[in-house]
Design a protein around this ligand. Structure first.
Ligand SMILES: NC(=O)c1ccc[n+]([C@@H]2O[C@H](COP(=O)([O-])OP(=O)(O)OC[C@H]3O[C@@H](n4cnc5c(N)ncnc54)[C@H](O)[C@@H]3O)[C@@H](O)[C@H]2O)c1
Length: 254
């Protein structure tokens, strides 16, 4: 299938690792020019090196999602260096304290909302106008199955991800007539460093999670990357406001 991504311009926020890195590489393999933004600049450069070693076109930029100016600079870079922006992919989110809401330190509330929700807000705020200036495209946010249903001791995380889901749906309506599709990918438990560490510390936690997944396995970064790239592609041209669960069927059972 031709994904229709040749010579399109993508900004991947959180492109220095995990699913963000694989998304950046996959977008480049489909012919897109990629700006890889990450708070870990070395990691972003590493992603760019991977892309360039395959003959792709990419640039790294340091971006902290807590800093509005960094998002503005990254979008400007897309426009100045590559002539526009078609796809904004916003990977960066929160991890949870795994405690009930009475035990969440107030400073964690602010930090998690800032990283988990402000990142989606800055992404939409600056990427959408640039995408409109370029003639249209798509913005994708990162939710979680925790943004769709409740899980014990995940109140703050769940609140952040529900907020991202709500913001995504509303923006999808606002920009549907303006050439910008807005969708959200909601992964189930991924083979991430954070999740694997938690599973090692608390094996019964991992077992409880796996028991809920009909596929009976964790979700791989490349599966999230594939979904993110599909949502940019011409194959997804009728899809907006969708909350794409990528969790091996985790939420199928009541
Ligand atoms: N890991 C899971 O099991 C899981 C499950 C459901 C949803 N999610 C969501 O998926 C997304 C990615 O999760 P992950 O575990 O792969 O992420 P991760 O921790 O591997 O981070 C991805 C990238 O974001 C960068 N980053 C971190 N803080 C940043 C900041 N302040 N500014 C800019 N870049 C920053 C990191 O350097 C890294 O390269 C998050 O939104 C997360 O909430 C994860």
């Amino acid at each position: 299938m031709d994904y229709g991504l040749k010579d399109k311009i993508a900004l991947v926020v959180g492109g220095g690792g995990g699913s963000g890195r694989l998304t950046s590489v996959l977008l480049s393999q489909e012919g897109a020019k990629v700006v890889v933004a990450d708070v870990n600049e070395e990691a972003a450069i590493e992603t760019v090196n991977m892309i360039q070693s395959e003959g792709g076109e990419a640039t790294a930029i340091k971006l902290d999602v807590l800093n509005e100016g960094d998002m503005i600079k990254a979008v400007n870079l897309c426009e100045k260096k590559y002539g526009g922006l078609h796809f904004g992919i916003n990977i960066v989110g929160t991890s949870t304290d795994f405690v009930d809401i009475t035990q969440v330190p107030t400073e964690n509330f602010d930090r998690m909302f800032n990283i988990g929700v402000r990142s989606a807000y800055y992404g939409m705020k600056y990427q959408i106008p640039a995408i409109m200036r370029s003639g249209g495209g798509a913005v994708t946010t990162m939710g979680s199955n925790g943004g769709l249903v409740a899980e014990a001791r995940m109140g703050l995380y769940s609140a952040c991800k529900h907020a991202v889901v709500g913001m995504t749906k509303s923006a999808a309506i606002d920009f549907a007539q303006k050439g910008v599709r807005v969708n959200c990918v909601c992964p189930g438990p991924m083979n991430s460093v954070g999740f694997l560490k938690k599973a090692e510390q608390e094996p019964e936690f991992a077992e409880r999670m796996l028991a809920k997944i009909p596929l009976k396995r964790m979700i791989d970064y490349k599966e999230i990357a594939g979904t993110l790239v599909f949502l940019c592609s011409s194959g997804a041209s009728a899809i907006t406001g969708e909350i794409f669960e990528c969790s091996g069927g985790m939420l199928l059972r009541a």
